[in-house]
Design a binder for this molecule. Structure first.
Ligand code: 5GP
Ligand code: ZN
Length: 117
């Protein structure tokens, strides 16, 4: 397990910075976004410091599968699964990524437009 002591999400995973957790296990954490863009806005992260989805390899397949399974469970728990919701991961500054630790946004509780801005 790698961690970057300077990384905000590594520090949340380590419990050094508080967050409102909705799920926690050995591999994955889910917590509420501090600046929600939808009634339900949750971030799912691996505990491991992976900078973005662009760093993923075939070796990460179990982790990524687990992360998406957790996302689906969290969506059910939060009551947004039936209406539908969005999972999105931003990559690089042009992709809108502001925290360089892989995270998937779970957005729900309102209709989503397409394409995203
Ligand atoms: P990105 O822009 O990299 O795709 O998403 C980063 C997300 O992290 C943003 O939606 C932002 O609101 C959220 N965020 C930034 N700092 C914090 C924090 O300290 N705590 C929590 N819970 N979310 C944060
Ligand atoms: Zn990190």
């Amino acid at each position: 397990m790698t961690a970057d002591p300077e990384c905000l999400f590594c520090r949340i995973a380590a419990g050094e910075i508080p967050a409102t957790l909705v799920h926690e296990d050995e591999q994955v954490l889910a917590f509420r976004d501090i600046a929600p863009r939808a009634p339900t806005h949750i971030l799912l992260i691996p505990r491991d410091h992976i900078r973005s989805a662009a760093e993923l390899t075939d070796a990460h397949a179990p982790l990524v599968g687990h992360l998406f399974a957790v996302a689906a469970q969290v969506a059910r728990d939060q009551g947004v699964a039936e209406a539908g919701y969005r999972l999105v991961t931003n990559i690089g500054s042009g992709g809108g990524q502001t925290v360089d630790h892989l995270h998937v946004h779970l957005l729900g509780g309102r209709p989503m437009t397409w394409p995203p801005g």
